[in-house]
Design a protein around this ligand. Structure first.
Ligand code: P6P
Length: 355
């Protein structure tokens, strides 16, 4: 395969661009920062490499199985969940650029010690290891994170620093621990994917300027809950399954049960991922702060769309750290079509008759 040749801007040419080099090269994306955001993204990359090492050994060492605790969601925490959470928190803490973290694995806000917390300018929302129920069966899992500038000044951070709408994100990304390990990030100026080269221990630019196709051949939803879906979702799922060559239907149903893996595949091939409301999850299952918003930022930066079925996800004002929302995310035209179906039923319920 031809080597990827990148112009490093100095007339020379390199065969690889590492995550660290890329972040420094793109420093102009965040003029207000003097390297802090770069250091923060690099610390996340470091933690991802450490987690990747353990994920790849899972099964060989005693890191599978349950940790014997549950998180605020009432979900049993896996050993790797807790390990990953600790790695990301430690890596972020010691770089000194973040004052507080909202993590899926911690009931309450994590606020770093006073000296650090007062000067650091960023806060992070993260799901350190999403899809952990797949760990023991060797299915791809992922990390998801969002970075915001804090709102509080000259004081300890508060929960309001984290309860910001997704439109305030300065950076977001995910790591997918799959057949290869990839880190996909945006700083508000497009989306770029980096593949871990284990031989040099570096994330290297492999997917520059990622764009999600406007439409695609895949829909991702847990079909097992079909009878629980609201009518608008049922009608959209039926639409996906109908034969119609011009729109490449029926779409293929692909559902790994690991959000990052399903989302990443749809980013590459085009598709829609839906986690709607169900009787067990009346507000949806996915968390707004550290699952919906970061992936929505990436989807939109790649030309896609993300909503709760009616409204742009990133405009929702969070009320609590672990707030759940329905999520429709992926190819722009597919999410727009799903919203059309939901709107028809919403209008019918409101007695609005379409002429
Ligand atoms: P269900 C994993 O627990 C997760 O949060 C996502 O990664 C995944 O897409 C979803 O839940 C799977 O949920 O109810 O279909 O098993």
């Amino acid at each position: 395969m031809a080597e990827n040749i990148y112009d490093n801007g100095n007339g020379g040419q390199k065969t690889v661009l590492t995550l660290s080099e890329f972040i420094i090269k793109r420093q102009e994306d965040f003029p207000y920062a003097k390297g802090e955001l770069s250091r923060l993204l690099n610390s996340i990359g470091l933690a991802a490499k450490i987690v990747n090492r353990e994920v790849n050994k899972a099964g060989l060492v005693d890191i599978l199985g349950e940790h014997g605790t549950t998180n605020i969601q009432g979900e049993t925490q896996k050993k790797l969940d807790v390990f990953a959470n600790e790695q990301f928190i430690d890596a972020i803490r010691y770089r000194g650029e973040c004052c507080a973290i909202a993590s899926e694995e911690n009931d309450d806000l994590i606020i770093f010690d006073e000296a650090l917390a007062k000067k650091a300018q960023y806060v992070i929302c993260m799901d350190p290891l999403d899809g952990s129920s797949n760990i023991d069966v060797n299915v791809s899992i992922g990390t998801i994170f969002s970075i915001y500038r804090r709102k509080s000044v000259d004081c300890m951070p508060t929960i309001d620093d984290l309860l910001q709408p997704g439109t305030e994100q300065v950076a977001a990304g995910y790591v997918v621990y799959g057949t290869s390990t990839m880190m996909v990030i945006t700083t508000g100026n497009g989306v770029n994917g980096f593949t871990l080269d284990p031989s040099i221990g570096e994330f290297c630019l492999s997917h520059p300027n990622m764009k999600i196709p406007r439409t695609g051949p895949i829909y991702s939803i847990n079909q097992g809950y079909f009878h629980d879906f609201v009518d608008g979702v049922k009608s959209y799922v039926n639409y996906c399954q109908m034969h119609d060559k011009p729109t490449r239907r029926p779409y293929a149903l692909r559902y790994i049960g690991s959000l990052v893996a399903d989302f990443h595949r749809n980013m590459i091939k085009g598709g829609i991922y839906i986690y709607p409301t169900t009787s067990d999850s009346p507000k949806g299952k996915l968390r707004l702060l550290y699952e919906c918003n970061p992936l929505a930022f990436i989807a939109e930066q790649a030309g896609g769309k993300a909503s709760d079925g009616y409204k742009r996800i990133m405009e929702l004002k969070p009320e609590s750290l672990h707030q759940r929302e329905p999520l429709f995310i992926g190819s722009y035209d597919m999410v727009a079509k799903a919203e059309e179906f939901l709107q028809v039923y919403k209008d019918m319920e409101a007695g609005i008759v379409i002429p």
